[in-house]
Structures are given as structure tokens and as C-alpha cells.
Design a binder for this molecule. Structure first.
Ligand code: ADP
Length: 227
């Protein structure tokens, strides 16, 4: 028997209506991610990568089919229940870091933990540990504007995993970085994933990074297919 997927999409439908036309983006999409697995989502702009990530991450509801997190069907849950799952089980990273400018790197990683109810000391300890894993422990007290692009993205990744989610969903996390820096950020993320068992679906245009992941998928006619 296969291990249960941490996240699974079954026959997911997603379409947009533009005037008279219905544009189908996801059309019976199936996808499953196992614990510890790192999968690259490689597809041209406009193919539906963000739609897939947002649907998988419970930011958007599918028009058909369902998304399962840790085996639990999420389609019929209330908005509040979906928000709770999103906060606890899903980490997001975007192309631009969206760190809070008035807080230090450490504080940015502490905040989601404090919202989650962790005591300050514990949140601070975990934030420091995550910064170490991302190899930027020495930057803990710097504000985002004092960090390089690569450092900012490492902090954004650390923040996304601060509450130990089941899955990390990343939309072009290194899209804004030069190839060398992108490689370093990816190395740090891989190391973090190995020690945590986290699973990740990472949309990227970077073929070198995609080649280093466990497998690669793309979107074709609204379905997720292996590359
Ligand atoms: P990607 O991330 O691969 O670039 P997206 O998922 O952002 O692709 O978008 C897929 C397609 O869906 C695009 O053609 C886009 O214009 C369209 N689309 C995305 N969001 C909306 C929306 N809210 N309303 C209408 N069309 C949308």
C-alpha cells in the first residue's frame, strides 16, 4: 500500500468566466505529494501554476473535485476551518518575500508562531534554529531592507515553515534571484526539508533547480502530468 499523501488533488476543476466564455484552467487534475517529497511544477506562464498552488493551498475553492490534506477532504469545510488548516498545515512562499519591513528577520519568523499561540521564548528559539538551518543565523536582527534578495527569500522560507506545516507551496521562490543565489537558496531549502520531512511543490522556471528535485510535473490540458 502506498503511504498516505500529505496533500492530494482529486479530479480538481477550476475555471474562470470571462464574458460569455468559460476558460478551463484545471480540468480533472490529479496530483499527490508524499512526505519528504520535493516536486517541481514547470509550465509556461499562464498555464495555471498559481491556480494549482492556490487551490492546493486552500486559498481558492475548486469548482469540482476535492483537495485532501493529511487524508482529510477540504472541499466541504467552512472558510474558518479552511483558514485554520492553511495556518497550521500549509506554508507559502512567493516570488517576492512579503516580509514585514518594520520587524527583524527573527521577529518575522516568530510572528506566525505567536499567532499560533506559542510562548515568545519558544518561538524565538525555533526562529533562531530555522535561521541557522537556512545558514543566515548571523542575520537574525536585521530588517528585510538590510538583507540581500537571497537572504530575504531564506527568511521567507523559514517563516513559511515556522509552524511546521505538512507541505510547502512555493510560487517561483527564486524567480527574482540570479542563478548562483537561487542555487544557494535552494541548497538551504533542501537541507531544511531533509531534516524536517516536509513535502514541497515548487513552481519554477529554473530548469537546473527542477532537475535537482525528486520529480517534475507540468500542466497539460488542465491536468497534472509527469515530465
Ligand atoms: P501561471 O501561474 O502558470 O502563470 P495562472 O494560474 O496565474 O498561471 O493563470 C492561468 C490562467 O488563468 C491565465 O490565463 C490567467 O489569465 C487566468 N486567470 C487567473 N486568475 C484569473 C481570474 N481571477 N479571473 C480570470 N482569469 C484568471
Amino acid at each position: 500500500m502506498m503511504a498516505q499523501a500529505v496533500i492530494e488533488l482529486r479530479q480538481v476543476e477550476r475555471h474562470y468566466v470571462q464574458g460569455e466564455r468559460k476558460i478551463s484552467i484545471l480540468n480533472g487534475a490529479d496530483f499527490a505529494l508524499s512526505r519528504g517529497e520535493m516536486v517541481a511544477l514547470v509550465a509556461p506562464s499562464g498555464a495555471g501554476k498559481s491556480t494549482l498552488l492556490h487551490t492546493a493551498g486552500l486559498l481558492e475553492r475548486p469548482d469540482g473535485g476535492d483537495v485532501f490534506l493529511g487524508g482529510r477532504a477540504c472541499g466541504r469545510l467552512s472558510d474558518d476551518q479552511r483558514t485554520a488548516i492553511r495556518r497550521n498545515d500549509i506554508g507559502f512562499v512567493y516570488q517576492f518575500h512579503h516580509l514585514l519591513p518594520e520587524f527583524s528577520a527573527l521577529e518575522n519568523i516568530m510572528l506566525p508562531q505567536l499567532v499560533h499561540g506559542l510562548p515568545k521564548a519558544e518561538a524565538g528559539e525555533r526562529a533562531a534554529q530555522l535561521l541557522d538551518y537556512m545558514q543566515i543565523g548571523h542575520r537574525a536582527n536585521h530588517r528585510p531592507s538590510e538583507l540581500s534578495g537571497g537572504e530575504q527569500q531564506r527568511v521567507a522560507i523559514a517563516r513559511a515553515v515556522a509552524n511546521a506545516p505538512l507541505v510547502l507551496l512555493a510560487d517561483e521562490p527564486t524567480g527574482n534571484l540570479d542563478p548562483t543565489t537561487a542555487g544557494y537558496v535552494f541548497d538551504a531549502l533542501s537541507a531544511l526539508m531533509k531534516q524536517s520531512g516536509l513535502a514541497a511543490l515548487i513552481a519554477t522556471h529554473n530548469h537546473d533547480l527542477a532537475a535537482r528535485m525528486d520529480r517534475r510535473v507540468t500542466l497539460k490540458d488542465g491536468k497534472v502530468v509527469s515530465l
